[in-house]
Design a protein around this ligand. Structure first.
Ligand SMILES: [Zn+2]
Length: 262
């Protein structure tokens, strides 16, 4: 038996059930969450592998691709940019999810409007047409949201050391770190989540590519986290037990059992 296979079997004997569908399906594979495409050189942070069943892994294949692409596209830190990887991701989107392609060549009016919506003043000494902005297609939103829910369940499993039950509710939202208005709305969320974990990888300068902060309680079972990818995408996530969700009367949360419909 090869070393990789031995490692995988050891991992699955310690983590026998899929952590993405309520703990009712045996895990057969290790899923990198966040996906490796989010990181320079596909070097994902250490110890972010999770037990998954084939159904959950397949259900999020396109979400993972779109999420990875936008994490890399939105990150304004040159340190994290790799031209070749970006091009591969772009052709992956063209072939598998063309509806999610960003729109370039925005009109001057569209550019001005997006600056205003993000609460960013136009930088001096640069024409509005020269700003490196691309419009994110509205069809991208459901993919990123679904992946953020998957990330919520992975981080829940990592932090709570148990699987979110089928009746647990998951809530997520996301924005770009440059979107100052939405980032301000996250401020209270940041204060609520004091436990900080910074992604790292042995022998690799991992930089600022991934970090999250969280807070958790057992009774009631509540978990909240906010994750940041470089200088790009930020996701906010909450996982709670059914009684707490009913109490909160959320409208846009999804129960674990309804997430992937498989
Ligand atoms: Zn599953």
């Amino acid at each position: 038996m090869g070393e990789a296979r031995r490692k995988r079997e050891r991992f699955l004997s310690l983590h026998p059930d899929c952590c993405f569908c309520g703990g009712i399906t045996p895990a057969t594979t290790l899923d990198h969450v966040p996906p490796r495409v989010c990181f320079a050189g596909r070097h994902a942070p250490d110890s972010f592998q999770f037990p998954a069943c084939p159904g959950c892994q397949n259900a999020t294949r396109i979400d993972e691709l779109v999420f990875g692409f936008f994490v890399r596209m939105a990150d304004t830190d040159d340190e994290n940019f790799r031209q070749g990887e970006f091009e591969r991701l772009l052709s992956g989107i063209k072939n598998n999810a063309p509806h999610a392609l960003p729109r370039l060549n925005l009109s001057r009016g569209q550019l001005r409007r997006s600056l205003r919506e993000m609460g960013i003043p136009k930088p001096p000494g640069i024409l509005v047409e020269e700003l490196p902005l691309a419009a994110i297609s509205i069809d991208v939103h459901p993919h990123i949201l679904r992946y953020a829910r998957k990330l919520a369940l992975a981080l829940y499993y990592r932090e709570q050391e148990r699987i979110a039950a089928p009746g647990h509710h998951v809530w997520a939202m996301w924005c770009q770190a440059t979107d100052r208005k939405r980032m301000n709305a996250f401020e209270d969320f940041v204060k609520m989540t004091p436990l900080v974990t910074v992604g790292e990888r042995k022998n690799v300068n991992f930089g600022n590519q991934f970090a999250y902060r969280c807070n958790k309680a057992d009774k009631p079972d509540v978990f909240a986290a906010i994750a940041q990818f470089g200088l790009g995408i930020v996701t906010a996530m909450i996982v709670v037990d059914a009684p707490s969700a009913n109490h909160l009367k959320w409208r846009d949360s999804v129960q674990v059992q309804d997430l992937w419909s498989h």
